[in-house]
Write a protein that binds this ligand. Structure first.
Ligand SMILES: [Fe+2]
Ligand SMILES: [Fe+2]
Length: 142
């Protein structure tokens, strides 16, 4: 049988799968969250499959740009509702964006392994922020 090799299995396990329960009910925010999952997946694959640095740098630039746009949109969209984001949530955004930019700079300077980016994307941005913090303003009960 042509099963997956050890490395492919590890990458498949890292893959980020979007679920309906992750939706907040705000169409623009959900669309941006999906886009972040998508770029996050591409980066994880690129990092694990030894893609050329330039490809990873371009994906990182796209990721940082999406994160920046998304945080601004999230703050703006919720600012128009009766439930604006808390000062704490905005501070988390600021710190994450700063960290993303820092990691991008370090990677560009050859001071960071591609694999080190994966933890930041999958754990800090996706799991801890999008899935945990952002679910606090979700419109639907779960
Ligand atoms: Fe978000
Ligand atoms: Fe957020």
């Amino acid at each position: 049988m042509g099963g997956l090799g050890e490395k492919e299995t590890a990458v498949a396990l890292m893959e980020l799968h979007w679920r309906r329960s992750y939706e907040t009910g705000h169409p623009i925010i959900d669309q941006q969250h999906r886009a972040l999952f998508d770029i996050g997946n591409k980066l994880i694959h690129a990092a694990h499959s030894g893609k050329h640095r330039i490809e990873i740098e371009l994906l990182l630039d796209a990721f940082v740009a999406h994160v920046k746009e998304h945080f601004a949109t999230e703050e703006e969209v919720l600012g128009r509702t009766g439930f604006p984001l808390s000062a704490r949530h905005k501070e988390l955004h600021r710190a994450l964006l700063e960290r993303a930019r820092e990691l991008r700079k370090w990677y560009g300077a050859g001071r960071l392994a591609a694999s080190e980016l994966v933890g930041f994307i999958a754990d800090d941005v996706i799991a801890d922020h999008i899935l945990k913090e952002d679910s606090k303003f979700a419109l639907n009960d779960r």
